[in-house]
Design a protein. Structure first.
Length: 399
């Protein structure tokens, strides 16, 4: 596809971001467009007898600023599979290693009160909401939102997968995985980045324990509340054989049924709140590849120990040629080390700003989630208290 016929325009790089104030004052794609996932659809491919079903999601892109020229189409819709969301997520992780990339929803979550079928309408709707949240977070990030591949992901229906594959991000990802094993053995890792990594691990552990405890509590509450349906059935059957107490028993049975039914909405609301927490569990893994490169280049500029101690048996002319070659190589390695150090400093500078922005956003989101969680528990407790009060009144009013 030629540049003239491309559905996207060249992206704009954000200006220099040196502080959290600069970060928040940057222009973002979300200030000019509305992004939403409006629906999902189940599709199938393969032969007639062996069919593979998958779900696609319809991304709706609407330009709210009439003078905005970056996005060519004012109204655009495009279908995307979950695997394509994984591709753009992996690409952003590789391309922007200093940025905390928003996570994608998990493929499967197994809870006692939820179905594990990935084609279940509730599961698909939950994933749709989380994928939309992923797009909104990327579109509101000044470094990520103007990336050509991301804008193309929102608009280019044909050829996008080939384009992002040709970008070579998979090769970069493999190289970073190799450097990860080396970075673990670093004797002097960057103290700022190391402290952030340790904080990320502790944060993941704490939130993971919180989510685990919450899941165990809701499982027990779910089972307990569902047992009230047995009370409801018992009181309803009992009311049939009673004349004077029949009405009171029937009403009490209905209230027991309401307690059993209320846990479904509570579990669903809690699940929506819990879905926001993995954003911080999948914190980030900053790879100090520049440190590894610096050490390898420095080691490459050293001769063997025996040659330095005892010299060589080469003729003078050959030794002079070899010396000049080594001097040139040493100078090149020195320049490479200086460039690596400069790149490392720039990387750390960008990463620390991103971390500060993430911390601020994390505090805001966690505060809202915890307040909503507690409010939800209070609401559920009041609802159950009201139901039990009404059951008490029904029993007291029986003759």
């Amino acid at each position: 596809m030629s540049t003239e016929n491309s559905p996207i325009k060249p992206s704009r790089s954000p200006s220099v971001i040196e502080s959290i104030e600069d970060f928040e004052n940057q222009d973002t794609l979300l200030k000019h467009v509305d992004i939403s996932i409006v629906e999902s659809e189940k599709r199938a491919n393969g032969t007639l007898h062996v069919r593979d079903h998958y779900t696609v999601y319809l991304i709706d892109l609407k330009v709210t600023d009439p003078d905005y020229k970056l996005v060519q189409s004012k109204i655009n819709t495009i279908w995307r599979r979950y695997t394509e969301f994984e591709q753009i997520h992996d690409y952003l992780q590789v391309t922007y290693p200093h940025v905390v990339i928003p996570p994608l929803p998990e493929k499967r979550i197994l809870y006692a009160w939820r179905k594990s079928d990935t084609t279940d309408p509730e599961f698909v709707e939950r994933r749709r909401a989380l994928l939309e949240n992923f797009l909104l977070r990327v579109a509101s990030h000044p470094r990520l939102c103007f990336d050509d591949q991301f804008i193309s992901f929102l608009q280019q229906e044909h050829g996008w997968r080939e384009t992002i594959t040709d970008s070579g991000y998979k090769l970069h990802a493999e190289n970073k995985l190799k450097s990860l094993s080396v970075s673990i053995r670093l004797k002097k890792p960057d103290p700022d980045i190391e402290s952030v990594k340790n904080y990320g691990k502790q944060l993941e552990t704490n939130l993971g324990n919180f989510l685990y405890t919450r899941s165990k509590i809701i499982e027990k509450n779910y089972a307990l509340c569902k047992l009230h349906a047995s009370y409801g059935k018992l009181f309803s059957e009992w009311s049939v054989i009673e004349k004077d107490m029949g009405d009171g028993l029937q009403k009490a049975g209905h209230y027991f049924d309401s307690i059993a039914d209320s846990i479904d909405s509570l579990a669903e609301d809690e699940e929506q709140l819990a879905d926001q927490q993995p954003t911080f569990c999948f914190y980030f893994y900053l790879l100090l590849s520049y440190r590894v490169a610096e050490r390898s280049r420095a080691a490459a500029g050293k001769g063997s120990l025996m040659a330095r101690l005892f010299g060589t048996t080469e003729p003078d002319l050959a030794r002079d040629v070899a010396t000049r070659a080594l001097d040139a190589k040493l100078a090149a390695d020195t320049r490479a080390i200086q460039q690596a150090r400069a790149a490392l400093q720039e990387f750390n500078k960008k990463a620390l700003v991103e971390i500060e922005y993430f911390q601020k956003q994390k505090d805001k989101d966690l505060h809202e989630s915890l307040v909503r969680f507690i409010t939800l528990q209070v609401k559920a407790a009041k609802s159950n208290l009201q139901a039990w009060t009404q059951i008490k009144e029904c029993l007291q009013n029986m003759p």
